[in-house]
Design a protein around this ligand. Structure first.
Ligand code: CA
Length: 694
């Protein structure tokens, strides 16, 4: 039974699970978000946790007890925000990549101040206390006697007992707001505490194969353990570097340097779990900044393994990040929206990964959609796990064939302002290079019941529907991308594509799978893209989806992505190009990087006089230039020269190289040089400038 509450998208594997998922067709019934009542009042739907229906009502909650809750307001111009975000990510628009600050966003697209005032007045009229309002106006934090909350929203808050004996309190009905507040509120959060999430996690012992070697190495001296190539063990950083062609990017000095990123977490973690992982793989200790929200104390709880996994996967791809901000709060009914708002108002992380989510039908109407708009408007890339129950997201993690299974997708993965990431199974060649991928039965994917297809996905969704007869070309399709993280047993009885991480409280080195692993791996790759763009003088990539789908519809798709065409996610089959089981697939690191970044500028430009010896005479014949060119990123180099401190002009355009001799020089003259790289018609920033007197 799923609860109202956000849940970890992580599956920890002991003996890998053998599941025979029985896929079957289910109609998708769009769910409404509000009900307009005859008296002009409005009822906000989907607010009663699913646990209530199967629980036993015990007694009415103490009416004088204080309740902390949030009132969620919509953007004052949701359509305008959509339009703006479309322009922001349209290279042909004059607004392309003109990202907003939090203050600019709040002014243009925050909540209406008159609506806010009306909500505040209403709360006060019931004796409730308004504590604060977020900068964008989307979230009003309030508290007050439970009785007043019940009266204000026309609900009853009761204590319930689940069949397992545990108890909780919850609203028994969806909140109803008076006519003067109709359309001014999208949700009320905090009217229940079924916030105690119990993940469907299977605890385990040591990891397999070479991972056992790694475990021994870690216990002994933390010396780097050799990667057993050919995938006989669980996956680690060397696999993503080699199989996904990330190593050449790192070799070129693009390793996350200068980048600030973030993870969204509803638990704490033990920092030595991270350093043990890093030491084992010779990864520098990343600078972790814990941002504790809503009074959370940061202690590691039952889902700490999720936090550790997210950080480990990030640094596996981007080992030299400047800072990794860990936004943490307790897993409560109010922390979800508070955490996202904090990430947006801080506006410090260029890339954010979230491995927590929930069946979108159990979430009230994507009330977090506006804040994801803020992140996109500020140029922040957000990645979310698409879930681990295949096409049936209302089932528990790892069990797409649960009773009551219905075709459904996960929130926030279904939000079009987020890049959702599904799960595949990787096969490597004997030398650790990429061989092939197939779909995981558990890869969260399908179509949203709430959200229309975004413009960038229209063609992909239609092509998929036309090719397979499955899906819905008018609705948001999930996921956008995928990466290996399958936790079922392969033909040898081993976990198909788990990742080895270290969690002391979970017996040390463990193998974990699920879209919890695949989302931060894509996020880590995007930190490399942002660094490359920064080096090249470009803005961060921001919301990745419009660019990815544009690339996928061009001739470069096979070059930049691994298209997964086999298997299914328990209902939706993989297909050529986009599919609702694996999205656009996994990345070919260097190739996709080059298309997202363009040519990187040459560095370390040096000049010296070129001379030849003729008999006893040394004849100066030119100036030799040498430079370093990041591998793979340039098709051409352009040489610029200035004479006697005059203006620079183009001297030569050559095929990408690392040296050039300027023979058109005069004795005693001062020359200055700089070099650029060009690819796909785009020219990089110039290298350093060097001067020499010939
Ligand atoms: Ca495909």
């Amino acid at each position: 039974m799923k609860t109202f509450n956000p849940s970890s998208r992580l599956v920890v594997i002991a003996a890998c699970m053998l599941l025979n998922a029985q896929a079957f067709a289910q109609p998708v019934t769009p769910l409404k978000m509000v009900r307009n009542n005859l008296d002009g009042s409005q009822t906000l739907l989907n607010h009663v946790p699913r646990d209530v229906a199967s629980a036993r009502k015990m007694f009415h909650a103490n009416a004088s007890q204080s309740l902390d809750f949030r009132v969620i307001l919509p953007s004052k111009d949701e359509a305008g925000m959509d339009n703006f975000i479309n322009q922001l990510y349209d290279p042909k628009s004059p607004n392309y990549h003109k990202f907003l600050t939090p203050a600019q966003f709040s002014r243009l697209f925050g909540a209406s101040t008159t609506d806010s005032a009306a909500v505040v007045n209403y709360l006060k009229s019931w004796g409730l206390t308004v504590r604060s309002q977020s900068q964008n106006g989307f979230v009003i934090a309030a508290n007050g006697p439970l009785q007043a909350v019940e009266s204000a929203f026309k609900v009853h808050i009761n204590h319930y007992q689940k069949t397992d004996g545990t108890t909780f309190y919850s609203t028994d009905a969806d909140p109803t707001l008076p006519p003067q507040l109709a359309g001014k509120v999208t949700g009320i959060a905090g009217m229940d505490n079924v916030a105690r999430f119990f993940p469907h996690i299977v605890r385990k012992g040591a990891v397999r194969g070479n991972a056992t070697l790694r475990q021994n190495a870690a216990a002994a001296a933390l010396s780097p353990a050799p990667r057993f190539l050919g995938h006989s063990g669980d996956l680690g950083p060397p696999d993503v570097m080699k199989a996904f062609n990330v190593q050449p990017i790192n070799t070129a000095g693009i390793n996350g340097s200068g980048q600030t990123v973030a993870v969204f977490e509803l638990d704490g973690y033990v920092s030595s779990d991270i350093t043990t992982f890093e030491d084992n793989y010779n990864i520098p200790h990343v600078s972790l900044s814990n941002v504790l929200v809503d009074g959370f104390d940061g202690s590691a709880g039952v889902n700490a393994v999720e936090v550790v996994l997210d950080i480990d996967m990030f640094v596996s791809v981007a080992p030299n990040l400047q800072s990794l901000r860990v936004y943490e709060a307790a897993n409560s009914g109010t922390s979800w929206i508070d955490l996202w708002n904090r990430i947006a108002s801080d506006n410090l992380a260029s890339v954010i990964s979230c491995s927590w989510g929930l069946f979108e039908g159990a979430f009230f109407a994507s009330y977090d959609h506006s804040v994801y708009g803020q992140l996109a408007a500020q140029g922040q890339s957000v990645f979310a796990s698409s879930g681990d129950a295949g096409a049936f997201d209302n089932c528990p993690n790892g069990n797409p064939s649960c009773g009551g299974a219905m075709l459904s997708v996960d929130d926030p993965a279904s939000d079009p302002r987020i890049t959702s990431v599904g799960i595949t199974i990787l096969t490597e060649n004997g030398d650790g290079t990429y061989n092939s991928e197939t779909t995981s039965k558990f890869s969260g994917g399908g179509v949203s019941s709430f959200v229309s297809v975004p413009a960038y996905q229209t063609t992909a969704a239609a092509n998929y529907f036309n090719a397979t007869g499955k899906g819905d070309a008018t609705k948001r399709n999930v996921p956008d991308t995928s990466f290996p993280a399958d936790f079922s047993a392969d033909q040898n009885g081993n976990c198909a594509s788990c990742w080895a991480i270290f969690v002391q409280a979970d017996q040390g080195w463990i193998g974990v799978g699920g879209s919890s692993a695949s989302a931060p791996l894509w996020a880590g790759f995007t930190a490399l893209v942002d660094q490359g763009r920064q080096v090249g003088g470009l803005s961060p990539i921001g919301l990745l989806n419009p660019t990815l789908y544009t690339l996928a519809q061009g001739g470069g798709y096979a070059n930049d992505f691994h298209d997964i065409t086999t298997g299914d996610n328990s209902f939706y089959p993989a297909a050529a190009n986009y599919d609702a089981a694996t999205g656009l697939g996994s990345f070919n690191g260097l190739n996709l990087f080059n298309d997202l970044v363009g040519a990187l500028p040459p560095s370390n430009l040096k000049a010296q006089v070129f001379a030849v010896r003729i008999g006893r005479q040394i004849i100066r014949t030119g100036v030799t230039l040498t430079w370093l060119q990041p591998p793979g990123s340039a098709a051409q180099n352009k040489i610029y020269r200035s004479i006697a401190s005059g203006p620079f002009s183009l001297l030569a355009t050559i095929n990408a190289a690392s040296s050039y001799i300027d023979r058109n020089v005069t004795r005693g003259t001062l020359y200055s040089y700089r070099v650029t790289a060009a690819a796909s018609g785009r020219e990089s920033q110039p290298s350093n400038t060097v001067s020499i007197t010939f």
